[in-house]
Design a binder for this molecule. Structure first.
Ligand code: ADP
Length: 342
């Protein structure tokens, strides 16, 4: 009990100024009403004792409340709670209880988010290392075989060099996509939005990509686009989107063709990239936008894929307040589309 009183008194010193102020005020009031200094020797100690008792009582109450809060904070720090409802304070502290609960929920969510971020980062690093290893080991293998004598074997030397070149190309695609991903992550991928003419823009992209379709003997066409039709967006980034979608369409199509369709609506223009390729199984449509996700890893690598293209496409299209839609039927073909503001 003495111990408690000592603690209360120690705590009470924080209220010393209030104690003095109240006591002086009360004395002044008594003086004003009484109008004389009679009985002052009784009144002064009485006021001091009453005020002192009141302050000690309040200090004790406050100390208990603070001890309650301190114990809750310690419990949170020591991860003793799984659920906010386990945090209970006295009734007079209910507002504080609510605030602590909200803080608890927020920090729990923040920690969960940080953990998830850490997991995603580690997975990303593991994936990058794996993706880098494949072409580097292949290039290393072909060069060593050539150096060990195959260079003089006219039956294989050219094939080995071509294979090494193919893997060098994969490596370069991967590095380019990684640079884009890192620009997206760090927020360095700045967009510059303006209106531009769609028809010449799409035609020049088709011209650039035509040789890829020709190499595979498939067609690459575009539906007619109204002259003077203007859309709003970042020309350079959207070119990256279209090249990626057209490249994919060509990569995963063996016969038939790829068609770019432009549909004009009141406020929007929809751009569709349609192919008659291998298609994507329905249960995997939701995953193809994930980094490094491929329906068929070997096939993607064989055609120079990195598994990063669609995640970059998704990011750029979403930065235009739009979204990429995909429809696909295995063995029939796929269609990727997105809208742009007119
Ligand atoms: P990749 O570099 O492997 O093509 P993407 O991120 O561009 O990576 O695409 C992810 C995966 O989605 C591809 O590996 C492929 O399996 C599938 N895919 C993308 N576009 C098409 C398409 N037009 N037709 C069929 N499959 C596609």
């Amino acid at each position: 009990m003495w111990n408690d009183l000592r603690k209360d008194l120690k705590f009470y010193r924080y209220y010393f100024k209030e104690f003095l102020l109240f006591s002086i005020l009360q004395l002044l009031i008594v003086l004003a009403f009484q109008g004389s200094l009679n009985n002052l020797l009784i009144i002064i100690p009485l006021v001091l004792i009453i005020n002192f008792s009141a302050i000690v009582y309040l200090a004790k109450k406050r100390r208990k409340e603070l001890a309650e809060v301190e114990s809750i904070i310690n419990n949170i720090r020591n991860n003793q709670y799984d659920h906010p409802d386990e945090i209970i304070l006295s009734e007079n502290l209910s507002a504080l209880e609510q605030a602590i609960k909200q803080m608890f929920i927020k920090s729990k969510n923040d920690i969960e988010y940080m953990r998830k971020l850490q997991r995603v980062r580690s997975e990303f690093i593991a994936n990058v290392s794996h993706e880098l290893r494949t072409p580097i080991f292949a290039i290393q293998g072909y060069i060593e075989t050539l150096l060990n004598g195959a260079i003089d074997d006219s039956r294989v030397n050219k094939t080995f060099l071509e294979k090494a070149a193919h893997h060098t190309n994969n490596l370069s695609n991967l590095l380019n996509d990684l640079i884009n991903i890192s620009m997206i992550e760090s927020g360095e991928m700045q967009m510059s939005f303006r209106y531009f003419d769609l028809a010449p823009y799409i035609n020049s992209i088709i011209e650039e990509m035509k040789y890829l379709a020709d190499e595979k003997n498939i067609t690459l066409t575009v539906s007619s686009v109204r002259d003077g039709l203007q859309v709003f967006g970042d020309k350079e980034r959207l070119k990256q989107v279209l090249i990626n979608l057209i490249q994919n369409a060509i990569k995963y199509t063996e016969k038939g063709g790829v068609k770019i369709v432009v549909e004009e609506e009141k406020k929007f223009v929809t751009i569709r990239v349609k192919d008659t390729g291998i298609g994507i199984p329905e249960d995997q449509l939701g995953r193809i936008f994930e980094r490094f996700y491929r329906v068929d890893k070997a096939r993607s690598r064989a055609v120079g894929g990195t598994g990063l293209g669609l995640s970059i496409v998704k990011h750029i299209v979403e930065a235009h307040d739009s979204r990429v839609e995909v429809k696909s039927t295995v063995g029939v073909g796929s269609e990727f589309s997105f809208k742009l503001k007119k």
